[in-house]
Design a protein around this ligand. Structure first.
Ligand SMILES: [Zn+2]
Length: 156
């Protein structure tokens, strides 16, 4: 995909969510990141998941001394929501950087989290916001981050 195409898609996505909503989600993700438990990687992540009815469910990454049981911020948010009976989602905001208050990079979701999103979200509609500040973010659809993904539709 050419760079111009990517820019066009970003503009379209930004139009779908109100600027105010995006900034609120980023603020919630930054707040959730404060609860990150990452004593091993020192990489702290926060996420804010927007439900279809307008709720924001947050999550942080939670590491473990055995490494394997560690969980990403995005999946923490998804599993919190699903465990409360919520399965319809519009977007997720993600902030992640090495330990400290300064966000110094865009933290894109890992492959496992993209697959979890694929289970519950429409790839062409679900929006993923990666941010370094409330005014500094990028938006992509799940389709862009997980093209040709395998999901529930494959089993119907
Ligand atoms: Zn992940």
């Amino acid at each position: 995909m050419k760079q111009t195409d990517v820019n066009n898609i970003n503009v379209e996505c930004t139009d779908k969510l109100a600027q105010e909503t995006i900034q609120k989600m980023i603020a919630e993700a930054i707040c959730a990141r404060k609860n990150s438990y990452a004593p091993y990687s020192n990489y702290q992540v926060g996420a804010a998941l927007l439900t279809a009815d307008g709720q924001i469910i947050t999550g942080c990454n939670i590491e473990n001394a055995a490494y394997g049981p560690s969980n990403c911020a995005e999946r923490t948010a998804f599993f919190k929501a699903v465990s409360e009976g919520i399965r319809d989602f519009r977007a997720i905001a993600i902030v992640g950087s090495p330990k400290g208050d300064v966000l110094m990079q865009y933290a894109y979701p890992c492959g496992v989290c993209r697959q979890v999103m694929m289970e519950f979200c429409s790839p062409s509609d679900f929006q993923i916001i990666v941010a370094q500040a409330e005014e500094d973010y990028r938006i992509m659809t799940l389709m862009e981050l997980l093209p040709e993904g395998f999901g529930p539709e494959n089993l119907h």
